[in-house]
Design a binder for this molecule. Structure first.
Ligand SMILES: Nc1nc2c(ncn2[C@@H]2O[C@H](COP(=O)(O)O)[C@@H](O)[C@H]2O)c(=O)[nH]1
Ligand SMILES: [Mn+2]
Ligand SMILES: [Mn+2]
Length: 481
């Protein structure tokens, strides 16, 4: 029987597939969605993949997806899988090829009015300053020794080398550094791919976007986050570039080859995993941490590039740019969560989902302790993006996680077929949104129509209590790879 028809309604925003729907499921499969979002789910393999994830060794409580869910490599994008520490499975497919792909939000001291019809000019200036495009190298030439330092130190490397301010560090998830990173576990080829890409956006869905605060939902929290109506802000979305991709490929192969040794069977090779505490599991985890550090450093160097361009562009104005927060949405972390009343150490895989730790959590930086961590959810180049805050309910229900975007509703190819680029450009300019991109076909693939309705996705996570709406952003100038 079709999986979708077997979903059991748990609440207006939560649906469940009990373990008996498919042989091998160890836990239920949960979907956070409204009725409208559910209508769009099921046209791809995401529900099939969600139930496959429920078969992972050591999976705890449930295999979970958020309303931005769509089909991914083995695991659905928009998902969370927590496995028992220390011997539950760790799977590169549950993290994704772009290790620590994530989003950073910068806040400015300028208002929308300060841009005064210069949106297109600003898009050009940023495009000239920030390297983008497939396989594109950047302006920083690292030696092999320096690259190892980036992999080990993360944003601390950027601080030591003049690309970060001290205040930036506290506003980054894990303070921009996972300390178990070990460059020795990273292949030479992965390093070769990463050596000249620091400070580059990459291609496709990655972007830098100047936006403005269009609406505030919670004045008190917005003030603590440093947000006010009309303020210019900047979103940065990118990850660990070729280096992270190569690490994922290398370890995917290793895991496929090693699973048998540990008696692990999975319904799809793309779910390949090994016990976390095995030699291969530890090597991957150390390598993944190195890629995560590279990605944080990448978003930091891009911040530095933007700061330079901003200073030049808004000469004579207050050009300070602060970091509001930086979140990872493709990562695995060892965390403690309460499951059935007991504290448990777990390996939490977030693949296309964002950490949403609530108020008072020890890992939330001091300045956001009272509000919960900021959660940054991009929508699309033509719609809104959201700033939210983490909640206690997310801690109880979803291993402290929420969605990471609107999520694709169309494949890249389908979007290319459906979108008339001339009309799209006209529509965006009509809304005063200026896009600069490496290729026009790339822009079609990223058209707003290719993504789900961000308003509906946000409403689901807000109403379900997994994150709280704080502010809405609207795009003005978008740089795409
Ligand atoms: N504000 C913008 N949001 C965008 C843009 N392009 C994509 N997106 C959103 O980002 C997420 C990221 O998802 P990922 O799985 O690719 O990491 C995606 O779901 C979209 O909702 C943009 O140009 N501006
Ligand atoms: Mn991403
Ligand atoms: Mn990415």
């Amino acid at each position: 029987m079709e999986l979708k028809s077997q979903l059991v309604k748990k609440s207006d925003y939560l649906w469940e597939l009990p373990p008996h729907v498919k042989k091998g499921m160890r836990v239920p499969a949960q979907v956070y969605a409204s009725k409208k979002i559910l209508e769009e789910i099921g046209g791809d393999k995401s529900l099939e993949q969600l139930t496959n994830v429920a078969m992972l060794p050591g999976i705890t409580k449930a295999s979970i997806v958020m309303p931005d869910v769509h089909e991914g490599y083995g695991f659905p994008i928009g998902g969370i899988a927590a496995t028992a520490w220390p011997d539950g499975g760790i799977s590169p497919g549950g993290i994704g090829y772009d290790i620590n792909c994530g989003v950073r939000l910068l806040t400015s001291n300028l208002q929308k009015e300060d841009l005064k019809g210069r949106g297109e000019e600003l898009a050009k200036a940023l495009y000239a300053q920030i390297p983008s495009g497939v396989g594109k190298g950047g302006n920083i030439q690292l030696s092999e020794k320096e690259l190892d330092k980036v992999l080990t130190l993360g944003v601390q490397w950027a601080l030591k080398n003049g690309y970060a301010n001290k205040e930036d560090i506290d506003k980054i998830e894990s303070r921009g550094r996972l300390d178990n990173a070990d460059p020795v576990c990273v292949s030479e080829y992965a390093k070769k791919r990463g050596i000249d890409q620091l400070g580059t956006i990459g291609s496709g869905n990655h972007f830098v976007e100047v936006s403005y605060v269009d609406k505030i939902f919670d004045q008190e929290v917005a003030q603590i986050f440093g947000l006010r109506e009309g303020q210019l802000t900047i979103l940065i979305h990118t990850g660990s570039r070729g280096l992270g991709h190569q690490i994922a490929s290398d370890y995917m192969k290793l895991m496929v080859a090693s699973m048998g040794k540990y008696g692990i069977e999975v319904p799809d090779r793309e779910l390949a995993c090994v016990p976390f505490n095995s030699q291969e599991g530890q090597q991957y985890f150390k390598s993944m941490a190195a890629a995560a550090n590279y990605a944080w450093c990448n978003r930091q160097v891009i911040t530095w590039e933007i700061r330079n361009a901003w200073k030049e562009f808004f000469k004579g104005k207050d050009t300070k740019l602060g970091v509001l927060y930086d979140v990872a949405h493709n990562i695995a972390k060892v965390e403690e969560h309460v499951v059935e009343g007991k504290k448990k150490k777990l390996i939490v895989h977030r693949k296309g989902s964002t950490r949403s730790f609530g108020p008072g959590h020890p890992e939330v930086t001091e300045c956001y302790k009272s509000t919960g961590q900021p959660v940054i959810i991009p929508g699309s180049m033509g719609t809104a993006s959201y700033v939210m805050a983490g909640t206690a309910q997310a801690m109880d229900e979803s291993f402290g996680s929420t969605c990471h975007g609107a999520g694709r509703r169309m494949s890249r190819r389908a979007a290319q077929r459906a979108v008339n680029i001339h009309e799209l450009e006209k529509e965006l300019v009509g809304k005063n949104i200026f896009v600069r991109a490496g290729s026009r076909s790339g822009v079609s693939e990223e058209a707003p129509i290719a993504y789900k309705d961000i308003e509906e996705v946000i409403e689901v996570v807000h109403q379900a209590g997994l994150a709280k709406k704080i502010a809405r952003l609207r795009p003005l100038a978008v740089i795409k790879g």
